[in-house]
Design a protein around this ligand. Structure first.
Ligand code: NCD
Length: 335
């Protein structure tokens, strides 16, 4: 009996020899290829179709120098579903604390016979530095404020499915708002790159310090007035305030201090930029609500909106596993 396997017929796309460091500048055809491969993986998950173990006898190393629950687990689940062995190396429990550089750590891990390195780091550009030094493909799982490409892909996949655009990933005519601390968000950078390349109109919304005019250079619009853009949206993606990144550039970061002063004005922030239940009622009937997580319920988003009928937040998480399966597979498939 022939084995039913959708993963065999997925579109050809390869990341072999280069991995995935970011989505900025990626051509639309390549984005669509990755998204179509992800969509097939997503369908395979749904139908419980046998997923071909294309990563059997391969080792995927999660090299995480910064906190993560969702992303690391998602990469692990994806790698295991494709038959790979997974090694978890967390920065806080590694030799980085003994003064070893990130690149040295990565070179040592690679020397143990790793096939794909998944890297998360606090510094923008760290994944690229590591990719230059090692021979195996590197997947950026979030580097500082720079990019988080698999998150951008999963956000785009979830949006396309919700909007019925998953056949061709043509997002023209869709209007998406990314709301909150956009300036500090690698999630926003990757989502803006993917969504605008595929034709969506993206507007970044937040106070001027969080949504500065300079963001327009990425091909999006900028607004400081959520209530004005709300009625025209097809999707609204809420972001967490990245307290830990505030003040980083000025040298010593003091997250607790920043958090305290930011919370002094949290009521004001909520008044203008939170997705409250009342604001959600002013969205178009078919508009969807997104959040990359982790969420601060009652701060940037009300719990009843996060759990409400418009929310595709958990669908984003499911799409994440599909995207990471597609990306990991593309990393080891021949060019
Ligand atoms: C984000 C991240 O770490 O970049 N979370 C995620 O990966 N889903 C966003 C955040 O930390 O707010």
């Amino acid at each position: 009996m022939p084995t039913r396997s959708t993963t065999r017929s997925t579109p050809d796309i390869t990341l072999a020899g280069r991995g995935l460091l970011g989505l900025a500048g990626m051509p639309a055809a390549e984005l669509r290829g990755l998204l179509k491969a992800s969509r097939e993986m997503r369908r395979a998950m749904d139908d419980a179709v046998r997923i071909e173990p294309v990563l059997a006898r391969r080792v995927v190393a999660n090299l995480f120098f910064e906190d993560s629950t969702r992303t690391r687990t998602s990469f692990s689940v994806a790698a295991r579903r494709l038959g790979a062995e997974v090694v978890d190396l967390m920065g806080f429990a590694s030799s980085v604390n003994k003064g070893e550089t990130l690149v040295d750590t990565a070179l040592n891990v690679e020397a143990m016979g790793i096939d794909v390195l998944v890297v998360r780091a606090r510094q923008s550009g760290a994944a690229a530095d590591i990719a230059r030094a090692v021979r195996c493909p590197v997947v950026n799982a979030g580097d500082g404020r720079h990019e988080h490409p698999t998150q951008g892909l999963l956000d785009t996949l979830a949006l396309a499915i919700a909007a019925g655009r998953e056949e061709d990933f043509d997002l023209r005519g869709l209007r998406v708002a990314i709301v909150g601390d956009v300036a500090n968000s690698r999630v926003a950078r990757s989502a803006i790159a993917a969504m605008t390349t595929l034709g969506a109109r993206v507007v970044c919304v937040g106070p001027p310090g969080m949504a500065p005019a300079g963001l327009k250079a990425m091909g999006c619009e900028v607004s400081h007035d959520l209530d004005a853009v709300l009625p025209n949206l097809d999707a609204v993606m809420m972001l967490r305030i990245q307290f830990e990144r505030h003040g980083e550039e000025g040298g010593k970061s003091d997250g607790a201090d920043k958090r305290a002063s930011a919370f002094a004005s949290i009521r004001e922030y909520r008044a203008f930029y939170a997705l409250t239940a009342e604001r959600a009622r002013r969205l178009k009937p078919a508009a969807v609500v997104m959040h990359p997580g982790p969420m601060n319920r009652g701060l940037e988003i009300d719990g009843e909106v996060a759990d409400g009928p418009r929310s595709i937040i958990l669908a984003q998480v499911t799409c994440g596993v599909a995207v990471r399966m597609a990306v990991l597979r593309a990393c080891v498939s021949p060019a």
